[in-house]
Every structure is written in C-alpha cells, then in structure tokens.
Design a protein around this ligand. Structure first.
Ligand SMILES: Nc1ncnc2c1ncn2[C@@H]1O[C@H](COP(=O)(O)OP(=O)(O)OP(=O)(O)O)[C@@H](O)[C@H]1O
Ligand SMILES: [Mg+2]
Length: 257
C-alpha cells in the first residue's frame, strides 16, 4: 500500500435535475483512497452511496468538484474499473462462462486465454464446474459470485461494489465475506464497497466511511486495524465489537429524522 492517492474526491457533489425540481443527492465530499485499501461506505438509504460509486465509475457526471483516479480525471467509464451494481443481474440466456466473458465480448473477440482466466476466477470464487450452467440453475449467492467474476475479468485495478451481498442470507453472506477477503488479499485490488451491514463493513475493510442522511456527506472515517486475514472468529473479538459499536450509533441517530 502506498500513501499516494489512488482515488481522489475533491469537493464532489451531485444534484439530480428532475421534473419536480433539483434533488441534492450528495453534498460536497472530499476523500482520498490509497492503493490497495478496502474501503466500505455505510450510511442511510438514499444518502447518495450509489450516486458516489457511479460518479467514481464514470457512469454519471459530477455536478461539482473533481474525481481523479490513478492520476487521471474521471470523465467516463474506464477499463481499469470493475463495477458490481446494486441487484446485479446476469443475462439468463447466457451460461455462467458467457456471462463472465461478456465485458470482453462487447469489445473484441474472446480468446482461449480469456476463457482460461474466466475459469480460474470461477474456481477462486468456488464455482469450478459451474461454467456451463445457466443463471436460473444457481443460488442467489452463486449468481452474485458470478457477477464478481464478471467485474474482475478485465483485471481492473479498482473494484466498485454496490451492495453485492445484500440479498443473501446471513450464513451465505458470511461465507462469501471470508472468500472475498481471501480474494482481496491475493489480488490487493483497491476496493470500494457499499453495504448496509456494519458487520460486513468491519469484517472486510481496512477503513469504513460513514455517510450522513441525504444529501450525504462523510461524517466519520474509521480505520479497521484488524489483521488482514479475517476469519469468522474475528467477529466475536473485543476489537471487532468496539469498531462495530463506533459505527452503530450513527445508524440509530441517522435513521431518525
Ligand atoms: N437518476 C436519478 N434522478 C433523480 N434522483 C435520483 C436519481 N438517482 C438517485 N436519485 C436520488 O438521489 C438520492 C441518492 O440516491 P442513491 O441511489 O445514491 O442513494 P443510496 O445511498 O445508494 O441509497 P440505497 O441505500 O437505498 O441504495 C435519493 O434521494 C434518490 O432519490
Ligand atoms: Mg444505493
């Protein structure tokens, strides 16, 4: 990990123009994400988390301010960023392997090397031998893992994940979290994860950013100084509890008007 900014948010704000008037979604927000960090963003529904991720991914414009990723201003989608959308969907008529290869297929013909890489990713995420299945033949957790493989296929240096595990049951989610920690340790990609789960945020991250109600702003920036290898046992540790307890009051406070 270096101290240089990998992602720099400089007074970034977003207001959506709508028929009913302007909707301020995100207040001017500044932050620096360093290379190799795993940063979770938590905050109340509607506070601008997805908006922020979409702006970093170059999918929507900023209203104000500037986003710089790896030294270059963001002004559109880029190959070095992988995105897993909130409620990500797979194409039902394509196999698992075809879904993973989709981002490549839209740019250029798929090679044997791409296929080998896709199979390797599926293996890492516990989906070996499922490549010929169709999405409806998989569980929700498996489908989410395919979406993650799809985001990783272009070998992006940065991963933006918008509640990728939100719809899963607690046990599946915990297992995927352990798998995802392994994946992050082995690849050391810079990750930004939006989640509604305090436990997931602490378990996966090196840092947690807490946002206020809409129009959101960052109200706390919490370093998670736990060992990088995270196993389920860590959840019961006093250090883990202390971190979760630091975040929890924001949710209670922010959830009430
Ligand atoms: N395309 C859009 N046009 C107009 N308003 C929008 C648009 N997208 C989002 N908003 C508004 O901006 C605010 C922030 O939305 P956003 O989706 O970023 O919130 P969020 O923090 O991701 O919420 P959640 O936790 O529910 O996913 C909300 O009030 C929403 O209604
Ligand atoms: Mg959202």
């Amino acid at each position: 990990m270096t101290d240089q900014a990998f992602i720099k948010l400089d007074e970034v704000a977003k207001t959506y123009p709508t028929a009913g008037g302007a909707v301020p979604a995100l207040s001017a927000t500044s932050a620096i994400i360093r290379e190799g960090e795993f940063v979770s963003i938590v905050g109340p529904s509607g506070c601008g988390k997805t908006t922020l991720l979409k702006m970093i991914g170059g999918l929507i414009d900023v209203t104000q301010g500037e986003i710089v990723l790896r030294g270059r201003q963001v002004n559109g989608p880029r190959d070095d960023v992988g995105f897993v959308f909130q409620g990500a969907v797979l194409l039902p008529w394509k196999t698992v392997l075809q879904n993973v290869l989709l981002p490549i297929e839209v740019h250029r013909p798929v090679t044997a090397k791409d296929r080998a890489r896709a199979l390797e990713l599926l293996d890492v995420l516990g989906l070996a031998n499922f490549e010929k299945r169709y999405p409806h033949e998989l569980s929700g957790g498996m489908q989410q893992r395919v979406s993650i493989c799809r985001a990783l296929i272009g070998d992006p240096s940065c991963l933006l994940l918008d509640e990728p595990f939100g719809a899963l049951d607690a046990l599946t989610r915990e297992n995927i979290n352990v798998m995802f920690n392994e994946l992050w340790r082995s690849t050391r990609k810079t990750v930004l994860l939006v989640t509604h789960s305090i436990q997931e945020a602490v378990f996966l991250s090196t840092r947690v950013l807490v946002m206020s109600r809409r129009p959101g702003e960052i109200v706390d920036d919490i370093a998670v100084d736990l060992p990088v290898v995270r196993l389920p046992e860590v959840i019961g540790s006093p250090e883990f509890g202390a971190l979760a307890n630091r975040i929890r009051p924001y949710f209670t406070k922010l959830a009430i008007d």
